[in-house]
Design a protein around this ligand. Structure first.
Ligand code: NOJ
Ligand code: CA
Length: 682
């Protein structure tokens, strides 16, 4: 799995120092062209796709505290190009093997005037996009680097429709706004757009290491231009480094259609290979949690009469998980600190509440094949968390806890730091590395956005970093369109712990004023559509009892041999099929509109299979009638076209599996005789 085959062809050539120069790099299929130029010594890059202008000349450079801007004039002192090709296999993921092919160029620049500082620019051009990064190499005269602004521009050639969340420095938990690109003022990445010429483009970053997160703001260049705005330190600096610096990659994913964006692995490919030698202890899994009960106010995190994390309750959940092919159980509210919410030094990660016998529970789970997922809510007191970090993971390891969910609700301590600033980026990484040292995987809530570091640190299983299911418990909720935008924005960056799988969609008993804006079938489909190697069946166990539709969750896998992005339109619908061994799992979801789908399955099926279907009925509607679900097993062959009708706010989930010997003797109805778009519960 871990073997990385790296084939590198290097063509080296040196250039005489020049201050006006044009260098062109093409994607391996020659369709994307990046032009990097020094215009009177000032560096710019531009992108064309299929000969058409996509990004017009856009500036590059840095602004410093206590030093002149690093924007030129430069001369080109050296450059080299290479073709980088890799075939590699992730420890877990949406597919078993990944092929990475790009043309790369490194430009060495030197200021024409004193102090003659050096700046290297790196570009990679893939068939599915472009990436660039800065390198300030170690050089005489530079000891400390204090960057006050990164001056990268994304100067689009035209307007487009864009989907984005605000450029908040502490949270990504927003609904998406759709506006013309020209109306964008401040956003967090990924921001995704369909340009007026039809190109689908997403801006983000890869390998965010030792550097703050990048938001984007409006640039003065034109109404279609964005520029980098880094999240600051408390003193206003953006980046602080010693001697030398390498920035994350700025990524421009490019496709002709929405499914091209889902197919892109450029962000993962821009991260270094796996650093964990024997990653067998990293366990992707389905999990449940003593969790939703707290969000519904049925239970509490804090110890008291309604405490969720009691020994008895945990045993009940473990029994349920063990009986239902769920391998993990998250237990929140297990440790002292919740009663001191908001105060410094509150949450102790090594001290359980006294009504929760942690040793008994972890052993009870182990005996039944259910792994306990620990919880480190920090209340955003990253400072106190750091002081107990090693003890916290050693404690988890000793108890046999294989995964920990962490959380950072509130304002960060150290005071003045932001969730997405450099100090926190480095904090989150220290946690990943400490967890790896103790063979613990992690799921971070209120995280830094994913940038593909799970390639390097596959124990970084999943994270939130978006507006998840929890909002349905205590806000106006996530409208049906939300989950049809997430795959093309937040999920392009990496797996998301959205926590789907709610069956009691109205939960009137606990919170009559809140609800989930989805049909039941859509909750199943989300478990396939929203990829996460830790996938939660988020509802209370009692809501799964006697529910035939729960069979889909029992059967579901979370690690895939391949994924097919069958059809999609951003904010409208998406259909994804994923294979594990000989089984395929398909999820299709729609926004608030009903939708008729014709899904081509000939790419998926090799021969005749059984399709176990979970689909909205004619009567289903997320608002007025969310529960009707139509279930049945049929034979299906590659020549069939799967026709289905999704309800407003609805979905469809199907497990395709080989036909058993017994079934071969039975007369199962072929799916071709059954119009999934004409079924009814009657
Ligand atoms: C917010 C997280 O997103 C949620 O999953 C968790 O239950 C609460 N914080 C408490 O830690
Ligand atoms: Ca959250």
């Amino acid at each position: 799995m871990n073997k990385t085959l790296i084939l590198i062809t290097i063509i080296l050539f040196s250039c005489k120092p020049e201050i006006s120069t044009n260098i062109v790099v093409l994607s391996p299929d020659d369709k994307i062209q990046v032009e990097v130029k020094l215009d009177q010594g000032m560096p710019f890059y531009a992108v064309q796709v299929d000969g058409k202008k996509c990004i017009l000349p856009s500036a590059l450079g840095y602004r410093f505290r206590g030093q002149p801007d690093l924007t030129g004039p430069f001369q080109l002192t050296n450059s080299n190009t290479e073709v980088i090709e890799e075939h590699w296999g992730p420890v877990w993921g949406q597919e078993k093997s990944i092929h990475s092919l790009s043309r790369a160029i490194r430009l060495e620049l030197r200021e024409v005037l004193a102090p003659h500082r050096q700046l290297n620019l790196h570009f990679r051009v893939f068939n599915d996009g472009v990436a660039f990064r800065y390198e300030i190499p170690a050089q005489p005269g530079i000891d400390s680097i204090f960057i006050t602004e990164e001056l990268s521009e994304f100067n689009f050639a035209m307007d487009g429709r864009s989907w984005w969340i605000p450029g908040d420095y502490d949270s990504y938990e927003f609904l998406y706004t759709q506006t013309p690109l020209s109306d964008v003022k401040s956003v967090n990445t990924p921001i995704t757009m369909i340009m007026d010429n039809g190109l689908h483009i997403s801006l983000h970053e890869a390998n965010l290491t030792g550097y703050p997160g990048m938001t984007l703001g409006k640039s003065q260049q034109s109404e279609f231009s964005l520029r980098s705005i880094l999240v600051p330190w408390p003193d206003g600096d953006k980046v602080k480094q010693v001697r030398q610096l390498t920035s994350p990659w700025r990524t421009i994913t490019i496709g002709q259609k929405a499914t091209d964006l889902l197919n892109s692995r450029m962000i993962l490919n821009l991260n270094p290979p796996n650093l964990i030698d024997n990653p067998d202890w990293i366990q992707p899994m389905k999990y449940m949690g003593i969790w939703w009960g707290m969000h519904l106010n049925k239970e509490t995190w804090v110890q008291g009469p309604k405490h969720g994390a009691t020994t008895a309750n945990a045993m009940h959940y473990i029994d349920f998980a063990a009986e239902n092919q769920i391998q993990g159980l998250l237990i929140e509210g297990w440790n002292v600190g919740w009663e001191k919410w908001g105060q410094p030094d509150a949450f102790v990660m090594t001290q359980a509440y006294d009504d929760y016998d942690i040793e008994k529970i972890t052993a009870y789970g182990r005996e039944r094949g259910v792994s306990i997922i620990g919880h480190h809510e920090t209340g955003a007191d990253a400072d106190f968390y750091e002081r107990q970090l090693e003890a916290a993971f050693a404690y988890a390891h000793d108890l046999g806890i294989q995964a920990v969910k962490s959380g950072y609700v509130g304002a960060i301590r150290p005071v003045g730091q932001h969730h997405h600033g450099q100090w926190m980026v480095e904090h989150y990484r220290r946690v990943v590395e400490m967890a790896a040292k103790y063979q613990v995987s992690i799921d971070v809530h209120e995280p830094i956005k994913p940038t593909g570091i799970e390639r390097t640190w596959p124990n970084m299983l999943t994270r939130e970093g978006g507006r998840g299911q929890e909002y349905n418990a205590w806000s106006e909720g996530n409208p049906p369109i939300h989950t049809t935008i997430l795959p093309f924005t937040r999920l392009l960056a990496g797996p998301m712990d959205y926590t789907p799988g709610i069956f009691d969609l109205r939960f009137d008993r606990y919170k009559p004023d809140n609800r989930v804006q989805s049909t039941l079938a859509k909750q199943l489909a989300l478990m396939v559509v929203l990829y996460s190697p830790l996938q939660m069946a988020a509802d209370l166990p009692e809501n799964y009892v006697n529910q035939p539709a729960f069979q889909f969750i029992r059967d579901l896998e979370v690690v895939w041999d391949e994924s097919l992005y069958l059809e999609a339109e951003i904010g409208k619908f998406v259909t994804i099929a994923r294979r594990h061994g000989s089984d395929w799992f398909l999820g299709a979801i729609t926004n608030g509109d009903a939708r008729e789908l014709e899904i081509p399955i000939n790419q998926m099926l090799q021969g005749e299979m059984i399709a176990e279907c979970y689909v909205d009925t004619e009567e289903s509607h997320w608002d007025t009638n969310p529960y009707p679900i139509w279930m049945g097993s049929y034979t299906i062959s590659p020549a069939d076209t799967l026709k289905a009708k999704l309800a407003p706010g609805g979905g469809m989930a199907i497990r395709f599996r080989p036909i058993t010997k017994e079934e071969m003797d039975q007369d199962l109805m072929p799916i071709s005789e059954l119009r999934l778009d004409q079924r009814s519960t009657e």
